[in-house]
Design a protein around this ligand. Structure first.
Ligand SMILES: *[C@@H]1O[C@H](CO)[C@@H](O)[C@H](O)[C@H]1NC(C)=O
Ligand SMILES: *[C@@H]1O[C@H](CO)[C@@H](O)[C@H](O)[C@H]1NC(C)=O
Ligand SMILES: *[C@@H]1O[C@H](CO)[C@@H](O)[C@H](O)[C@H]1NC(C)=O
Ligand SMILES: *[C@@H]1O[C@H](CO)[C@@H](O)[C@H](O)[C@H]1NC(C)=O
Ligand SMILES: *[C@@H]1O[C@H](CO)[C@@H](O)[C@H](O)[C@H]1NC(C)=O
Ligand SMILES: *[C@@H]1O[C@H](CO)[C@@H](O)[C@H](O)[C@H]1NC(C)=O
Ligand SMILES: *[C@@H]1O[C@H](CO)[C@@H](O)[C@H](O)[C@H]1NC(C)=O
Length: 867
């Protein structure tokens, strides 16, 4: 931090310094010096162009070429040299001038050469080489000898293909993840590729997965099998690979997938993990068998997982419990998870008895062994709601990284979370349940904090105790399962993430007790037959999000028990039949759907709690609809059309509203709405007046308390009235204010965190300390200014005797673009307040360019990052 303060200080000193300090009369000398300065400016401008272009082009797949990086470094280096020369030129005595003039000429030639090297006709970026990331993995307990054996085969010359076998839950995948992560650290192989295969084998998906693991892409819509296989063959043929295929169930041939066989010549290796020895043998693998843990290893793993509470439990009880786990690491981890936090001896004794009863019926070495032990942990959950929450995770594809937010939302929709007066309370309860499942190890961590995963063996168990589920998620299906598979006893069907393109016209499955149907992300699905839902009267949750349907079938109109209808991102959807009979509907999500008119009968949906009408093409919403929906907790409305606007009085009566997003009719309606104090009920809002034309995004879901003003007169005492708890403010093309201090009601706000001001003609400074107090800006964390032609200072302190030490003391991020009159950034008085500043971006502020351009820092753009 200190560094950045000095940088700014330096910077301001530079700006303040008279630019023509040295006047010289030695013409030649003067010209040389000027040429040198000019040349350096040109070079620095070029550097800025290159850097800007890089900012645009570098992404997850592209990186800057080495020569470009080198060039940029060279420019930085030469700058230091030239600054030095310029300094000496400026202070040169008469006698040293001739020599220095020569030096200047020489340096000009050097600059010319660098400038010439700075054109990159072939482009600035190249594809990134494949970078595999380490996989998140538990500590490995025991299994040392197995690991050594596999490692020996991988590093030796005898064995090319290795089959790691053992029953589910014995730790095959964990061992391989450890080996994978170690392989990444070494350079034995050019490519370390991990792909999960699962059941049933989907060759097309497997090819994509392998390609993606190499940071390559196969044409998505190309269905020419042969071409795909040979493309993959070609990609894998470059360099020495080690390929790990996890969880293989069926035989296949390498050539058919597009995997070049590992040979002594190419030095490649293939490892397969499988529960089936014969599958590994059929591929010709050397078998490595993973055995259960030894007694000591089991005891250690179990006590590590339970933690220090284990000390309070009589040894003979917990050791007996570990014995029942049969050395299966997964069972040990999950059962230990269930017992974590339990200290009562009675409870432990009871659990031991229960576990023994589960185990009694299982035969050693069969899949039942693990099943019954995991089932024990499931039974330990006791609460049927949390058990249901757990089971519903199995509706996702194997190995799927489930978004925590989506999952909790789904549990609410499925009715597993107690009805509560507020959505926030329900979201909190959902998170609590999620944490419970994670703590009990029935769900496990995924790559990112926001997602969670289900172990494939745990998922098998969940599906085994839910015969009333039909789950075919992400299996590459192009057709919907045959009608005879839709049996009468089905309760939940998940067909998400497939390629189902159409449904036979007369298909009308008879599933009277089906309550959940997940068809989301079948992006090729364009039509659902009209009668499709006729015999699914019990359906409560229907997710058709991300399909390409153009209309909703009529049979939907009669689903009187439907509580949740999700149509997010159905961009082709134009026709929705009358929904008036869907009296039970609580949630209707049409975010980014293609409809132009609001669904008929929406005003009859009096139980609606959640309504998302952010439909880019929606033209208008009949008035009076909203005021009838008195249970609404979540209301988001947005459209591309300028006619979809809400009058404040329509929502003022909604007493349960928590989240509200809309464009208000005009400034007057907005002001009246704010004055009604209805906003005080809200935990999130995003209110817009006028067209906001910048990178403002109304389709993100995590907005806090935001106001956006476009093309309004916002200054003066009787103009805009802002809620005093506003946290984020966007001002675009607004008039009648010379500084934010002129927006009278802004001065009464206390929570402002982010502020973005763009394209306002008049604003001369952001905060005017001369005319008003500036406390409203004290909490500000980010300030972004763009295209403000009259802006000349950020804070006006002219003539102010003492400035508040708090001003900008929370500012972390500051950005300024295209503010052509801007001369100085922060007055020196404020520097000590800027202790939290991490990032400054300045770009295209010409006046600064002129002053700085005279050989002090560089031209136009500086980007200081100190994150
Ligand atoms: C419905 O599908 C959407 C789109 O993929 C997804 O984001 C959402 O979580 C799903 N909701 C439920 C309840 O299934
Ligand atoms: C919307 O659907 C399209 C394809 O139908 C997909 O490419 C896009 O990612 C989806 N957007 C979201 C936000 O899910
Ligand atoms: C609708 O829900 C009610 C109450 O849960 C139930 O009694 C009724 O049987 C359901 N209707 C159908 C057709 O499943
Ligand atoms: C909606 O509310 C208005 C008055 O507030 C009322 O006249 C109308 O009948 C209501 N419509 C429904 C469907 O309840
Ligand atoms: C929104 O409107 C603009 C211009 O009015 C148009 O260019 C853009 O395609 C529209 N976007 C959508 C999603 O309709
Ligand atoms: C909201 O989500 C977007 C995209 O996921 C992210 O970039 C942004 O930082 C988030 N904003 C907040 C305030 O969390
Ligand atoms: C530019 O800003 C100055 C200082 O705030 C102000 O006095 C002046 O009126 C502004 N000019 C225009 C054209 O708005």
């Amino acid at each position: 931090m200190a560094e950045i303060a000095t940088l700014i200080l330096e910077f301001i000193k530079c700006v303040a310094r008279p630019t023509r300090s040295c006047v010289d009369n030695h013409r030649n000398f003067k010209e040389n010096a000027k040429d040198l300065g000019d040349k350096l400016s040109t070079l620095n401008c070029k550097k800025v162009d290159v850097e800007n272009q890089l900012l645009n082009e570098v992404c997850s797949e592209k990186q800057a070429k080495k020569e470009v990086e080198k060039w940029v470094q060279d420019v930085v280096k030469i700058n230091a040299e030239i600054q030095d020369v310029l300094k000496r030129l400026h202070s040169a005595s008469y006698f040293s001038r001739a020599r220095l003039g020569k030096l200047a000429r020489k340096k000009i030639d050097v600059l010319d050469a660098i400038l010439k090297r700075g054109s990159f006709p072939e482009g600035l970026v190249v594809d990134k080489p494949a970078i595999a990331l380490p996989l998140p993995v538990e500590n490995l307990e025991g299994e040392d000898s197995v690991k050594k054996k596999i490692w020996g085969y991988l590093t030796g010359n005898e064995v090319r293909m290795i089959g790691v076998c053992g029953i589910g839950g014995v730790g095959k995948t964990t061992i391989m993840k450890h080996i994978h992560n170690e392989l990444l650290k070494g350079s034995r192989f050019d490519k370390v590729i991990w792909a999960t295969v699962s059941y049933p084998l989907n060759v097309v998906r497997l090819r994509h997965e392998i390609a993606e693991a190499m940071n390559e892409k196969l044409q998505k819509d190309d269905h020419d099998d042969q071409r795909h296989a040979s493309k993959l063959m070609h990609l894998m043929g470059k360099g020495k690979y080690v390929l790990i295929l996890d969880d293989v169930w069926e035989r296949f041939t390498l050539g058919c997938v597009g995997i070049p066989p590992p040979t002594a010549e190419n030095g490649c290796k293939l490892v397969i993990t499988s529960r089936k020895v014969d599958v590994c043998k059929s591929l010709g693998c050397e078998i490595v068998k993973v055995s259960p843990l030894s007694k000591e290893e089991s005891l250690k793993l179990f006590s590590d997982k339970v933690g220090s509470d284990i000390l309070q439990v009589p040894e003979e009880i917990w050791k007996a419990m570990v014995e029942e786990c049969a050395g299966l690491p997964l069972a040990i981890v999950v059962i230990a998870g269930s017992m974590k936090g339990v200290t009562d001896v009675h409870e432990w004794r009871h659990a031991l008895k229960e576990l023994r009863e589960h185990v009694r019926a299982t035969a050693e070495g069969s899949e039942d062994e693990i099943f019954e032990r995991l089932k024990f942990s499931y039974d330990c959950l006791q609460d049927s709601n949390i058990q249901n929450c757990f089971l519903s995770c199995s509706l996702y594809a194997e190995d799927y990284q489930i978004s925590k937010d989506d999952l909790v939302e789904q549990w609410i929709d499925e009715g597993f979370i107690k009805e509560s007066r507020s959505r926030r309370a329900m979201l909190d309860e959902g998170r609590t349940m999620l944490n419970k499942l994670e703590n009990s190890c029935l769900l496990e961590k995924a790559y990112s904090e926001d997602t969670i995963k289900m172990h494939d063996v745990v998922r098998d168990m969940a599906l085994r105790i839910s015969p009333q589920f039909m789950v075919k998620a992400c299996m590459g299906l192009t057709e919907i399962p045959d009608e005879c598979e839709w049996t009468k006893n089905l309760e939940k069907v998940s067909l998400m993430d497939n390629e189902i393109s159409d449904i036979p016209l007369n298909m009308c499955p008879n599933c009277p007790i089906l309550n959940t149907l997940m068809l989301q992300r079948n992006s090729k699905l364009t039509q659902i037959p009209n009668c499709f839902f006729a015999n699914m009267q019990g359906i409560k949750l229907l997710n058709l999000s991300g399909t390409s349907i153009e209309s909703l079938p009529h049979s939907i109109c009669n689903l009187e028990n439907l509580t949740t209808l999700l149509l997010q991102n159905c961009t082709q959807l134009k026709h929705v039949p009358c929904l008036a009979k869907l009296k039970a509907l609580k949630k209707l999500d049409l975010c980014e759907a293609g409809i132009e008119v609001a669904p008929e009968g929406i005003d009859m949906l009096v139980n609606l709690q959640y309504l998302d009408l952010r439909c880019p093409e929606l033209v208008e919403l009949p008035t009076q609809i909203l005021s009838n929906l008195s249970h609404l907790q979540h209301l988001t409305i947005y459209s591309n059309s300028t006619t979809l606007k809400i009058k404040g009085e329509e929502v003022r009566g909604l007493k349960k509203l928590e989240t509200f997003q809309a464009e208000l009719y005009d400034l007057q309606h907005f002001n009246n709405y704010v004055k009604s104090n209805h906003f005080k009920r809200l935990s999130n809002y995003q209110l817009v007046v006028g067209q906001v034309d910048c990178t403002f995004n109304p389709f993100i879901n995590n907005f806090s308390k935001e106001i956006s003003l476009g093309e309004r007169e916002v200054g003066g005492e009787d103009s805009v009235v802002l809620p005093n708890d506003v946290e984020e403010l966007w001002i675009n093309r607004c008039r009648k204010f010379r500084s934010l201090s002129d927006i009278y009601s802004l001065q009464k706000t206390t929570e402002l965190r982010r502020c973005v001001v763009t394209e306002c003609e008049e604003i001369g400074c952001v905060v005017d300390m001369v005319t008003s107090s500036s406390s409203f800006i004290n909490n500000l964390e980010a300030l972004y200014l763009d295209k403000l032609p009259n802006l000349s200072v950020v804070v006006n302190v002219e003539g102010v005797e003492a400035t508040s030490p708090h001003i900008f003391s929370n500012l972390k991020s500051f950005g300024m673009w295209r503010c052509s009159r801007m001369k100085r950034l922060f007055p020196i008085e404020l520097l000590q307040g800027l202790q939290n500043l991490e990032k400054i971006i300045l770009q295209d502020c010409q006046q600064m360019e002129e002053i700085i351009g005279n050989g002090i820092i560089c031209c136009g753009s500086i980007m200081l990052m100190n994150a």
